[in-house]
Design a protein around this ligand. Structure first.
Ligand SMILES: [Zn+2]
Length: 146
């Protein structure tokens, strides 16, 4: 697993969907993309289902960027299914949510943003949420609105 790319994928999706990033780390041993939780989305009037969908898309982001699941990505996929509250419809969720995540992240701007964040993470191992947001915003002026 490419840890900087994995965490950059989470971070880009989280930022695009309205989560506030706190910090993102990527070392040889592992990484973490930490956001401030769903409060900003509830504050915008989104309900639990809409917030759960967004959390699932953030969890699925590395899978959407990499065509094949790796061991680290499987953990994210399990989390995404749990967040979507639809484990009994795993096949449907797997196909539909991954397709949606791919659709969001495949734009040139978002692929550029993920690459920029991954590049900085490889060099510095740690980025603040603000630094990540600035890197993403620098690649395009309008975020994806879901
Ligand atoms: Zn992950």
């Amino acid at each position: 697993m490419n840890i900087p790319l994995h965490e950059a994928s989470h971070a880009c999706m989280a930022h695009l969907l309205g989560f506030e990033l706190v910090e993102v780390t990527a070392t040889d041993k592992g990484g973490e993309c930490k956001d401030s939780g769903p409060a900003p989305l509830f504050a915008r009037g989104l309900d639990h289902r809409a917030v759960g969908l967004r959390e699932a898309l953030v969890a699925l982001a590395p899978i959407a960027v990499n065509e094949e699941l790796s061991s680290g990505d499987e953990a994210c996929f399990a989390r995404a299914l749990w967040l979507a509250c639809l484990p009994q419809r795993e096949g449907l969720v797997r196909r539909d949510l991954i397709a949606l995540a791919r659709e969001i992240l495949r734009t040139r701007e978002n692929r550029t943003a993920i690459a920029a964040v991954a590049d900085q993470l490889s060099r510095r191992k740690y980025l603040t949420g603000r630094e990540v947001a600035e890197l993403i915003e620098a690649t395009h002026r309008c975020g994806f609105i879901l």
